[in-house]
Write a protein that binds this ligand. Structure first.
Ligand code: 13P
Length: 246
């Protein structure tokens, strides 16, 4: 399995930010891990064109479950693919919170993504209150069961474990806590998709930065990272790519 360094630019970046992606590729022309940036939808076509012929892949941050239709403001998986995307992040906690996305909706979106030929990066994670109540595994188990799409394989599904309280806060779980969750996810996924679970990338996300990446990547069943803030700067994301390639 190739590990995956994925950057989520969230609602950040204008055309000028493409220079950061250019610098990233210049510094890491042949990484031994996979390298993905998910910019805002406005930049997907331009970044895809720029990244053509390089190892950098481009993804979306959301898609609609339908392929087309009267859904003002939405973007379909087919359109992301057409714009050059290979992946799409689905069910990020910010979308679950800001837009009330449920597991069932995330699953429908992931099925649309797979049908369009995209790799679905399905995000799950507990809130701080849920962790404090000792409910972490119960919460993420339920999210996983409800969000994993039909027809998922190691080739079309990636799972990202992102504790809500670790996103953008500079706080991370302990390495033992990450290990506990990732081992749990591997086993639970086996029950959902069978033997392909062994080769499905399980990413950790939440305040990953150059200074903690090496330690996090050494945790069993961590197959890469989904990086927010630190993916906006080529030097920081490049250091994370290097840590994953080591
Ligand atoms: P940060 O890396 O900024 O904590 O964000 C993580 C995240 O939400 C990636 O999807």
């Amino acid at each position: 399995m190739k590990k995956l360094a994925a950057g989520n630019w969230k609602m950040n970046g204008s055309m000028a930010a493409l220079a950061e992606a250019q610098a990233l590729v210049a510094a890491h022309p042949a990484p031994s891990c996979e390298m993905l940036l998910c910019p805002p939808a406005t930049l997907i076509a331009a970044l895809s064109a720029q990244a053509k012929g390089t190892p950098l892949m481009v993804g979306g941050q959301d898609c609609h479950p339908k392929a087309s239709g009267a859904h003002t403001g939405d973007i379909s998986a087919v359109m992301l693919k057409d714009a050059g995307a290979t992946h799409v992040i689905l069910g990020h906690s910010e979308r679950r919170t800001d837009h009330g996305e449920t597991d069932a909706l995330v699953k429908a979106k992931a099925e649309a993504a797979i049908a369009a030929g995209l790799i679905a990066i399905v995000c799950i994670g507990e809130t701080e209150a849920e962790r404090d109540a000792g409910r972490t595994l119960a919460v993420i188990g339920t999210q996983l069961d409800g969000s994993v799409p039909a027809g998922a394989t190691a080739a079309n599904l990636v799972i990202a474990y992102e504790p809500v309280w670790a996103i953008g806060t500079g706080r991370t779980p302990t390495l033992a806590e990450i290990a506990e969750v990732h081992a749990f996810l591997r086993a639970r996924l086996q029950g959902l998709i069978g033997p392909d679970a062994a080769g499905t990338r399980l990413l950790y996300g939440g305040s990953v930065k150059p200074s903690n990446a090496t330690d996090i990547f050494a945790v069993p069943h961590v197959d890469g990272a989904l990086v927010g803030g630190a993916s906006l700067k080529a030097a920081d994301f490049g250091a994370i790519v290097a840590a994953l390639s080591a």
